[in-house]
Design a protein around this ligand. Structure first.
Ligand code: SF4
Ligand code: SF4
Length: 434
């Protein structure tokens, strides 16, 4: 058989571009058009983006990340865009453009939406960049590493490839090793807790901590084997069908168990999706909240008691606000109220804090893409500088994905600063006293 006979036919020229433009056009309605029309090209959003700040690369400016969406909109729907094409001022979107922007929107954007905060026109750049990712997914130019994780979640139920049996073994091991009760598939429980694979495999002590806190409070809670993964790689990919599939597993589990609320543990994008976006995509069967809100509520109501000042020793402790749990999720005050009890003297805010906090640089699926490692580390240098400015020896947080980025990047730079989970600190400070 000749080589010619076995070679797959070459892709039609600009077939990637056609698929992406189809998605852009499909996406563009009044809302997207009004956002694009409102942009004055002032460039202010650039300074808010940690990728631009860390590198000075103009292609990482948020407004440039939505450039293809703008071009598709103008060339298809506006007289000015058609004229620019006719006069040769602008070109049609090509396959090369699609491949190039795939790198920009997947490797150099965490979908943190900080840029929207500074835009004088209030343009929601994060969701627009997510629309660009959807077009990239449609064109089939999702980074290979991200796609592997997506497929693992689809086929095995976990982006890290944890099978049903491996999950059950791991939970059993965690319960035995730390001697903590972890209820599984309990019908009639009030609270369904959904963990991330990151917690399961990298930070098992977080599962132990949350179990200890809920048990100490006497909460009727459970985890679910069919609804065991809270992370949603469909969001990172930009594939609405997969978003619904992964979300559906959780909601079906909540329905089957009859719980009153779903508690998202430490995943920012999952919280954003399940707490807010889900309502426009599916029927949400129960209340959705974040574990930091639950812990705060248990502390306030006296259902758990904490040793005041338990973390005051050990140098300055600071807090990293996660984009999707604090800025987008609104859980800004709860961690501070908890830290006021745990470390009233040692706690010190970063200069950029609360809504203005800078993203860790590993969200939006970026940490899953090997090719993005060098850029991800470069971005994290900004975070290290911020922590060094306040003399931090420890940094607390409420997102396991952030914690993975902090832990790995601090190690990469040989920094002595320690990243700690807030739930873990709370569990350590649980007091037996009534
Ligand atoms: S800050 Fe807003 S208006 Fe200015 S370039 Fe960025 S998106 Fe456009
Ligand atoms: S969403 Fe975040 S990472 Fe993406 S362009 Fe805006 S500021 Fe940068």
């Amino acid at each position: 058989m000749s080589t010619a006979e076995v070679t797959a036919p070459a892709a039609l020229p600009n077939s990637l571009a056609r698929a992406a433009v189809h998605s852009f056009v499909h996406t563009t309605g009044a809302w997207v058009a009004s956002q694009l029309e409102a942009c004055t090209r002032c460039g202010i959003c650039a300074q808010a983006c940690h990728f631009y700040e860390a590198t000075g690369n103009p292609e990482f400016a948020p407004v440039w990340k939505v450039e293809l969406l703008r071009r598709a909109y103008e060339q298809r729907f506006t007289v000015g865009g058609k004229l620019k094409l006719a006069l040769g001022v602008e070109k049609r979107i090509s396959d090369a453009d699609i491949e190039h922007w795939s790198t920009i929107v997947y490797e150099a954007c965490t979908l943190c939406n900080k840029c929207a905060m500074v835009c004088p026109m209030g343009i929601q750049l994060g969701p627009l960049i997510h629309d660009v990712r959807e077009a990239m997914a449609e064109a089939g130019v999702v980074p290979a590493d991200l796609l592997v994780a997506v497929r693992k979640q689809e086929e095995l139920g976990s982006p890290l490839g944890v099978t049903d049996d491996a999950w059950a073994d791991r939970i059993e091991w965690i319960a035995d090793e730390w001697e903590v009760e972890i209820p599984i598939d309990v019908k009639g429980a009030e609270t369904l807790v959904a963990f991330t694979s990151i917690e399961l495999m990298k930070f098992p002590e977080n599962i132990v901590a949350i179990a200890k806190i809920l048990n100490a409070a006497g909460e009727k809670w459970t985890i679910s084997s069919p609804g065991r993964e809270v992370v949603n790689f469909g969001v990172f990919e930009g594939n609405p069908d997969r978003v619904k599939l992964f979300m559906g597993r959780l909601f079906d589990a909540a329905r089957a168990l009859g719980v009153k609320r779903l508690v998202v543990t430490e995943c920012g994008h999952a919280y954003d999706l399940l707490r807010w976006t889900a309502h426009n995509m599916a029927e949400v069967p129960c209340a959705v909240t974040h574990i930091v809100a639950v812990i705060d509520e248990l502390m306030r109501s006296g259902r758990i008691k904490l040793r005041a000042g338990a973390f005051d020793e050990g140098g300055t402790l600071t807090f990293h606000d996660a984009c999707k749990i604090q800025r987008r999720g609104g859980h800004i005050q709860e961690p501070r109220d908890i830290l006021k009890v745990l470390a009233p003297t040692a706690f010190k805010e970063l200069a950029l804090n609360r809504e203005a906090s800078m993203c860790c640089g590993g969200g939006g699926g970026v940490i899953a893409i090997k090719e993005a490692d060098a850029l991800r580390h470069k971005v994290f240098e900004l975070k290290i500088r911020q922590m060094e400015e306040v003399g931090a020896t420890r940094v607390a947080m409420t997102c396991a994905n952030c914690r993975l980025q902090f832990t790995e990047s601090l190690q990469h730079f040989g920094s002595p600063i320690k990243a700690v989970g807030l739930a873990h600190m709370v569990a350590e400070a649980l007091s037996e006293e009534e």
